[in-house]
Design a protein. Structure first.
Length: 277
């Protein structure tokens, strides 16, 4: 196999298995090449990924060592994307009743999901996440995108359990969108005890739904390793949750004048990009 062919296949193999340690002997056997040639191939990939700020190849020394592909987006890429995303969200046609914003076109777009999933995975690349959690329904595609780049499972808290999921654990929470007590459930088999959970959702007003997922996580004796939302309503100051990250901050929605003001949230300020250099 030519080096060019080897590089294409190696890149595809690594990118399909993020955060997975792969030994050099595996590649030696796969391509029938010398270990020195494989090392040169990996050095080329490592340099190219770093130059494009599209991920890093980590080398682990020792008998049980190998290489691991860690997806990430560089700080400049993230800033440009979030600025563009905020501008798109300012479209007055997105304003919905009750102070909500139409985001389905973004959450249904494969390119947006790829970018959003990768940039959230950048922030939590070294947080030892075991599972990504969201609540039905709008957050499902977002959680799947993040889980794909962290290479971990994702679980869905539901407002009403399904008979096909077996026994469930449920919690009550204050839903800020309808200002009443609601319930969410998670199958007992969905989450192992002592898991590190990353909670993601599409939109946050006061944060009632997020607190519900936090309480649900505690019911499984697990730890909330992080909370991140696509958009936060910054004009709603009565937040029920602290320590969350947002990609976009919406500071004003005027349904009468049809005005919506948005800007990048606190995500970049709380992400350490230097560890990828």
């Amino acid at each position: 196999m030519k080096r060019s062919e080897r590089l294409v296949d190696m890149t595809k193999y690594l990118m399909e298995r993020p955060h997975t340690l792969i030994s050099l002997p595996f590649f030696v056997k796969r391509y029938g090449a010398a270990k020195s040639s494989i090392s040169e191939d990996l050095a080329i990939l490592k340099h190219t990924l770093a130059a494009n700020q599209d991920g890093i190849l980590e080398t682990v020394a020792g008998a049980a060592g190998g290489v691991r592909y860690v997806p990430y987006l560089g700080k400049n890429h993230v800033k440009r994307y979030l600025t563009d995303l905020s501008s798109r969200i300012e479209d007055s046609q997105r304003i919905l009743a009750g102070g909500f914003v139409y985001l389905s076109d973004i959450l249904d777009d494969p390119q947006d999901l790829r970018q959003i999933g990768k940039l959230i995975a950048t922030r939590y690349a070294y947080s030892k996440i075991d599972v990504v959690m969201t609540v039905e329904t709008k957050g499902i595609s977002l959680a799947q995108a993040v889980a794909r780049y962290l290479n971990v499972p994702f679980v869905i808290a539901r407002k009403q359990s399904k008979v096909t999921e077996g026994a469930t654990v449920s919690v009550n929470y204050i839903s800020s969108s309808i200002d009443r007590v609601s319930k969410m459930e998670l199958p007992t088999r969905a989450l192992k005890n002592n898991s590190n959970v990353l909670i993601v959702d599409d939109f946050m007003k006061a944060g009632g739904t997020l607190t519900g997922m936090e309480e649900l996580t505690k019911e499984f004796n697990s730890n909330v390793a992080g909370t991140c939302v696509l958009c936060e309503a910054d004009f709603d100051k009565n937040k029920l949750i602290e320590g969350y990250l947002s990609l976009v901050k919406i500071s004003r929605i005027d349904t009468t004048k049809r005005i919506i003001l948005a800007e990048p949230g606190n995500f970049v300020a709380h992400t350490d990009f230097s560890r990828f250099q």
